[in-house]
Design a protein around this ligand. Sequence first.
Ligand code: SF4
Ligand code: FES
Length: 370
Amino acid sequence: MSNPLAPPSGMLAELTYRCPLSCPYCSNPLEMAGRQAEMSTDEWKRIFSQAAEIGVLHAHLSGGEPASRRDLLELVAHCAQVGLYTNLITSGVGLTKPLFEALVAAGLDHVQLSIQDAEADSADWIGGYQGGFAKKIEVARWVADSGMPLTVNAVIHRANILRAAEMVDFAVKLGARRIEIAHTQYYGWALLNRAHLMPTREQSETAYAAVEARRAAYKGRIVVDHVAPDYHAKYPKACMSGWGRLTFNVTPTGKVLPCHAAETIPGLEFWNAREKSLAECWADSPGFNAYRGTDWMKEPCRSCERKNEDFGGCRCQALALAGDASATDPICSKSPLHHRIGEIAARDSAEKVEGFTQRRLTREKVADKV
Ligand code: SF4
Ligand code: FES
């Protein structure tokens, strides 16, 4: 018997797919809607009001780059008015000091700043934006000076993994209270670029140990959230803390989804907050209910003692790697396909690092490398 559905606690609002950076591991979809298709200010405000009504506590304002929206200030002010805790997830590029100060005055609660590396040349190369690294240092200073809590987020892959621990040092210098060291999750653009992003097992293990050592060394100064490298793990992560369990995403065009890549799963029906209430999308959308809880699971997950811990891993990864979204995530060592993960990781980590397909709003047709 499944537990009654709890209200969601968090909402990731992807305000826009527009972004000045072009990171090759972007979690946005490969086909992205442009400005014309984005929801209006009033539509977003209505959705934030509904979110607060159904129990959402945290609104994570993301993108793309949320500062690409001219109405960001108005949206933050509205979130604050309806009682949502607002977290601005930003590259820093596109923010100005007056805008940041206005956001603070409007009630912004928290900033999460992405970094691409701990050194300028590499960071600007990975993000595809000259001067981005310097801009982030400037933005971090504004945030620290304002007294607002700052989290730094660093996505780790083969081009920066040797400096994973230095990124923790860098975050401390920036005045961050928390850093997320997130080894790349391979869906969306990261899956497309997997051969250029995959580190070797040795690199992963060395970086993992170095970051853990920093965590101990900086205890009490900065919190280190460390997402382990998927392809070199024994068990999968509870992707999104479980499908449709705690949080949901709203895309720039109003689709309500359980995760970034859910639309890659064929045959699932997701509803749009332009047409239905958030409460309906959360509780009744067939796509949400397809993989909620544990009733949908097959073996080995069905009888596994970890099924309420990791919820069978990532549905989108199961689709991408096993061809079946209801299969055990092949990252799991109990999956009959697990041996393939080691083979893929070994093959991809042997490729050259050059040649990313940089994330673009309109992408040219690229060969399916998966
Ligand atoms: Fe998780 Fe399924 Fe693996 Fe068990 S068998 S550890 S539930 S993915
Ligand atoms: Fe969709 Fe993990 S990204 S469930």
